[in-house]
Design a protein around this ligand. Structure first.
Ligand SMILES: [Zn+2]
Length: 337
């Protein structure tokens, strides 16, 4: 899932420290040539990169560095057509999802790094971890001899996949999850009629992911899948039929849900009043099932789900995977060996 970039004039509260540090560096003429903006999905990596780009390209930025939103440069950025903001990513038409060396060379070898409208050029490489080794190598040469006025923003959820040589030439900005109260305060003005706390929990604390979840029918799918999972556990639903109902659910989604429900079951079987649940809206139904759960079997089943989740890059047929896991779940919940 990618971060959304709502049209916001200011940095969200949990990015203010990073934003302030960038502006101070800019005022002191110490902005680096390359930033590595890293962190989990949905915490605002692109929001921060985007705000910085707008701020550098705007000709009438305020004293706080925020873009004016009215000048010609702000307009060009807004419509995605500013010549000094370049976005490099995997070719959407390409067969692989790699960033190939050609995309980097094209940028470096032409006049691609010379600003045309002002003193700055901003290049996003996103997701930077998709650069193949030749592309990373071509970029490295550029980072070793940076062009004046050019700022590279490498954005990634998986910084560890980048070569150490590239990482070491970037100033790293590591974004983490905001605290819950701060995230809820920010979401409050943006989620109309939705349960912000539940969405934030389902998004593992990442506010922009929570916002994206509210826009999809995923919540309805989760309701149905959870009802099916509970019914299989109670013995009132056939696991194979339930696996069929999960049909087109991607394992990256279904296994995250399943892992979350089983984690909560194990928590509740250990402590009926467990204060933290990943699925607080399902507490009563999960607690009823947890009361009859064999804790050891529950733990083993949880490990199995987590292993399946970790190996999902190369999945079996999703339906077979769902079938196997739900049949197993029926056995665990009904204490059949
Ligand atoms: Zn402007």
């Amino acid at each position: 899932m990618t971060d959304q970039t709502p049209n916001l004039p200011a940095a969200p509260p949990w990015l203010e420290t990073h934003w302030g540090a960038l502006q101070r560096a800019r005022d002191a003429g110490r902005l680096p040539h390359a930033l590595l903006i890293a962190g989990p999905a949905g915490v605002g990596k692109r929001l921060l990169a985007d705000l910085l780009a707008r701020s550098l390209l705007c000709h009438e930025a305020g004293a706080d560095g925020l873009p004016c939103g009215r000048c010609q440069d702000c307009h060009l950025v807004g419509v995605g057509n500013h010549p000094d903001l370049v976005r490099v990513g995997p070719d959407p038409e390409g067969k692989s999802d790699e960033i190939k060396v050609g995309s980097i060379r094209e940028l470096v070898e032409s006049e691609g790094l010379t600003p045309t409208r002002g003193p700055h050029k901003v290049v996003f490489i996103d997701p930077a971890d998709r650069m193949n080794p030749s592309a990373a190598n071509a970029l490295l040469k550029t980072l070793e001899e940076p062009a004046a006025g050019t700022l590279f923003c490498l954005v990634t959820e998986r910084a560890y996949l980048l070569p150490a040589t590239v990482r070491s030439r970037c100033q790293r900005i590591a974004l983490g999850l905001p605290d819950e109260a701060q995230a809820l305060g920010w979401l409050a003005g943006r989620l109309k009629g939705s349960d912000a706390q539940l969405l934030l929990r389902l998004a593992h604390g990442a506010p922009l992911r929570a916002l994206a979840l509210a826009d999809t029918d995923l919540l309805a799918r989760r309701e149905a899948a959870c009802a099916g999972f509970l019914a299989v556990g109670q013995g009132t639903r056939d696991p194979v039929a339930e696996a069929q109902a999960w049909g087109d659910l991607a394992p990256r989604v279904s296994l995250e849900w399943l892992g979350g429900w089983v984690s909560d079951l194990v928590r509740l079987a250990t402590d009926g009043g467990a204060p933290y649940l990943g699925n607080p809206d399902k507490r009563d139904a999960l607690a009823r099932l947890a009361a009859g759960l064999d804790l050891e079997a529950g733990h083993r089943y949880l490990q199995r789900v987590l292993r399946a989740r970790a190996s999902q890059d190369n999945p079996l047929n999703p339906q077979l995977l769902h079938e196997a896991l739900l049949i197993d779940w029926a056995r665990v919940a009904r204490k059949v060996n």
